[in-house]
Design a protein. Structure first.
Length: 117
């Protein structure tokens, strides 16, 4: 099964490594912000990843959707929690977020398939 999500997950690490080499200061700055923000606090990592996923859907950011679905699942979110997060994004942002639901489901299906191999 070849999908956009499968291709994304296969290529993301090498693409980001190349980008980090080309723009090390931007990568360092973003990395520091990400690490400081996305750790357990008043909100759990799982909750923060679901928030980030909802924003990524609303902003129609393919990499954001793929990365934060993966990170949310890794942080303990269930498939249903990811789907409900998408529902909230659609409710808040409307049709443009709705058109991204296939990407979200594709990401979930791809990650599940990768785990079973």
């Amino acid at each position: 099964m070849s999908t956009d999500a499968k291709t994304f997950y296969e290529q993301w690490s090498s693409r980001m490594s190349h980008a980090k080499s080309a723009a090390p200061e931007a990568a360092k700055g973003f990395g520091t912000l990400f690490q400081a923000t996305m750790k357990d606090g008043a909100l759990s990592v799982r909750e923060k990843e679901l928030v980030a996923l909802g924003i990524g859907l609303a902003m129609r950011c393919d990499p954001c959707v793929y990365v934060h679905v993966q990170k949310a699942i890794h942080a303990g979110a269930t498939r249903q929690q990811v789907i409900e997060t998408a529902g909230v994004a659609v409710m808040m942002q409307g049709g443009p977020a709705y058109t991204y639901l296939p990407k979200l489901v594709e990401a979930l299906d791809t990650l599940e398939a990768l785990q079973s191999t």
